[in-house]
Design a binder for this molecule. Sequence first.
Ligand code: CTP
Length: 207
Amino acid sequence: MQILITAGPTREYIDDVRYLSNASSGKMGYALADAACAAGCEVILISGPVHLPVPKCVEYVAVETTVEMRDACLKHFPHCDGVIAAAAVSDYKPAQRVTGKMSKTGGPITINMIETDDVLAELGCRKSDQWIIGFALEAENARENALQKLRAKNCDFIVLNAPSAIGADDNNVELLGPDGAMQGSWQGPKREVAEQLIDWLKQTFAS
Ligand code: CTP
């Protein structure tokens, strides 16, 4: 089984030295990549900038911006059986990237922001007989919002987790199907949660 896994944050540049990003550590995505390799899968890991060692077993693609993550995903997805989208993709980016370095103005400034491409939704539009597992990071109405994302992005399943997962060593997740039925719920160190998710995946999509 060949799996595409996205991990880590993306960065959106304001000028050539400043960017907006988020506190994702990449730990969940990297744990999934490592667990998938250990279970005998071939893994392509597309990752934003993180401070983690790259698992030796993966084909690794380093990206920085959401556009780079999108391009890498669209390139590799056709050769994969499915995708697990664990990346914390930036939702907004500055409408324009300033060349060089912006100088201080002596007063407040406003930066116009526009939405980034939704990488997962684009994969959802393009999937053939492939499966797609998204992640949903939800602060409130968690299951309802996660299911909405599953449908909007044409996922087969979605992993629901909470903002406390960002940067943490442990996670507490529920895996939901399109009808809202819970397929599994796991908690503990991210590597153990990853192992259980990959076990489930192999049983569910074994060909
Ligand atoms: N995602 C993506 N591209 C984006 C935003 C999110 O591919 N521009 C993916 C994430 O990798 C994750 C899923 O979509 O698998 C849901 O991400 P999440 O941050 O929970 O939700 P958003 O779609 O960003 O919506 P919101 O921030 O409003 O909750």
